[in-house]
Design a protein around this ligand. Structure first.
Ligand code: ATP
Ligand code: MG
Length: 564
């Protein structure tokens, strides 16, 4: 797959790749096997993209393989919809797991056997301590935990109880299976961690077969070992779990010896990366769904028009390190603009139309002009656009009393209409309330194509659409979902939601070529930004999303002026 090759070819150097080089050189591993292990309890977000690009990227570079493994050990929160969405999103990002689609639930029988193995070895016991009390007995970072009164049950008793847990004799939460390690360990994860809990809930894949489910800690490393994963790459919050990961691998007759390595998770300013919180936004209808274009989910980014290549390039630029940090949103925006600038065809669209009539252009006449599809890509060629007497321009491109530095249209001022002619504004017609509703202009026929034979210059070039040919559309302008770079820092994420994160514009007018637009195919609306067709579009009812704006020099100079 081409996308995979380019993603791999671009990868940089980092400590993970150094470790792998060392392992290969020393003969500790022959083939690199990684896995991406999502829990199907929500949609993937941009943070997951970092992990996907790392795991699949590394496997690709070293000629190994990367498995997609669903960590489906908690049926209370997991759904088929999420499983389907995750597969769609990983594929969209450009990666392929080949034959290696796995589920932790594929290993439930084996994991169960290994739990009994630990019991027989005196390394696990059934604990009836109520959850609250068990938590209190775990101790703190400075105080050791206390041993459960059930800790010294006999092997026979433990086996009997564990089998009865499995048989469904006990209610949810009545007891758990715990590893028997060390209640005084300096590492809380080694204070007799829970390995199995009771949950009478049907599982999307195993149905009613199980009413006990392994914890993440018990399932993860063992699943890695079953699959022959060599490098189990996860985020830093699992660093403290590594001793437990290793303890389990050492005490079980697993078929291979995986190693866990931790890297910093991606944090992005103005963005929340928690499936739990994103689910709340969806459930409470603060957004239109998991794929709402304001969401940091891969489905949302895709719908907004962000190309997969830009996400991969962003991940590459962020790199892989061991120190947590917050990445500036500008870094993401740059990667997106770089990609779109190269690939998106240019079109003209007027979002807030103002009528412009060229008084000296003959009525009933029209003509075709040449327009460049993409100045960054000669192979994109040209297209023909129709010009006529009645046009629409952007309302913002006219000012009755222009301040210094405003080079667009104003009474008596001449500007260039993109790809067309110079026009001069003769008069602004107003309605009863004093709003400008129409501009009366003249054009200079000698400036066809946008240059004056007499060499006179104009400072402004504005875009336009032809009133007779333009197609109407709704355009959705998105802003940041949160009002601050560190949403939730004061404790309430919901309070930091941006109330103006979307603006819906109707009555926008597009050049006719945009009627052929398709979702996920980015276009640049000249001078406005990058856009793409939204999934809500229907024949005759076009809806576009703004993917990202262009940097607007006028708006920027205004901000600078205000700040100064
Ligand atoms: P969330 O907190 O959003 O629910 P999670 O870690 O619980 O995320 P998982 O489905 O368990 O979600 O994650 C699958 C993989 O993606 C894990 O290996 C995890 O470490 C990685 N991952 C999750 N979030 C990030 C992130 N922000 N940056 C990098 N990797 C991440
Ligand atoms: Mg998780």
């Amino acid at each position: 797959m081409a996308a995979v090759e380019s993603a791999a070819g671009e990868a940089g150097r980092d400590f993970i790749r150094d470790i792998i080089d060392g392992d290969l050189a020393a003969g500790r591993v022959r083939e690199v096997v990684t896995r991406f292990p999502p829990e199907p309890n929500g949609y993937l977000h941009i943070g997951h993209a970092k992990s996907i690009c790392l795991n699949f990227g590394v496997a690709q570079e070293y000629g190994g393989r990367c498995h997609l493994r669903f960590d489906d050990t908690n049926p209370a929160k997991e759904e088929q919809e999420y499983i389907d969405a995750i597969m769609r999103d990983v594929r969209w990002l450009g990666f392929d797991w080949g034959q290696h689609l796995h589920h932790a639930s594929d290993y439930f029988d084996q994991l169960y056997e290994w739990a009994e193995h630990l019991i027989r070895a005196g390394l696990a016991y059934v604990d009836d301590t109520p959850p609250e009390e068990m938590r209190a007995m775990r101790g703190t970072l400075t105080e050791p935990g206390r041993e459960s009164p059930y800790r010294n049950r006999s092997t026979a008793q433990n086996l009997d109880l564990f089998r009865r847990m499995r048989a469904g004799e006990f209610a949810d939460g009545a007891c758990v299976l715990r590893a028997r390690i060390d209640m005084a360990s300096g590492n809380m994860n080694l204070r007799d961690p829970v390995l199995y809990r009771i949950l009478h809930a049907p599982h999307p894949r195993t149905g009613d077969r199980w009413c006990i489910y392994p914890t993440y800690d018990f399932a993860h490393g063992q699943s890695d070992a079953i699959e022959g994963v060599t490098h189990s790459l996860c985020t830093l919050e699992f660093e403290d779990h590594r001793p437990l990961y290793d303890w389990l691998i050492e005490h079980l007759p697993v078929p291979s010896r995986p190693r866990q390595y931790e890297f910093a998770r991606l944090n992005l300013a103005y963005t929340v990366m928690s499936k739990r919180f994103l689910k709340r936004l969806v459930d409470e209808r603060r957004v239109a769904g998991w794929d709402d274009p304001r969401m940091p989910t891969l489905a949302g980014l895709r719908r907004r028009g962000i190309p997969a290549a830009a996400v991969r390039e962003f991940a590459r630029r962020v790199g892989v390190a061991r120190a947590n940090s917050v990445v500036d949103l500008a870094m993401f925006d740059h990667a997106v603009r770089d990609e779109l600038n190269r690939t998106a065809p240019r079109r003209m669209a007027v979002l807030r139309p103002l009528k412009l009539v060229i008084e000296n252009y003959p009525e009933g006449q029209s003509e075709e002009l040449d327009a460049v599809n993409n100045p960054e890509d000669a192979s994109a060629g040209n297209r023909r656009i129709r010009f006529g007497r009645e046009l629409f321009i952007e309302r913002d491109d006219f000012m009755e009393a222009p301040p210094k530095g405003f080079y667009r249209l104003a009474p008596g001022r001449e500007v260039r209409l993109r790809y067309a002619y110079f026009v001069t504004c003769r008069e602004a017609l107003k309605d009863a309330a004093g709003n400008v509703v129409e501009l009366r202009c003249t054009y200079d026929p000698a400036t066809r194509g946008g240059n004056a034979p007499d060499g006179r210059k104009v400072r402004g070039t504005i875009h336009w659409v032809n009133a007779a040919a333009a197609v109407p559309a709704e355009v959705r302008l998105y802003d940041l979902l949160f009002t601050r770079p560190d949403p939730g820092a004061d404790g309430d994420l919901m309070a930091d939601l941006n109330p103006d994160s979307v603006e819906m514009l109707t009555g926008c007018l597009l050049e006719p070529a945009l009627a052929e637009a398709r979702p996920e195919e980015p276009v640049q609306f000249e001078r406005q930004g990058y856009f793409c067709l939204d999934l809500d579009s229907r024949p005759g009812r076009l809806v576009f999303n703004r993917t990202i704006g262009l940097r607007d020099s006028w708006a920027k100079s205004q901000t600078a002026a205000r700040a100064g």
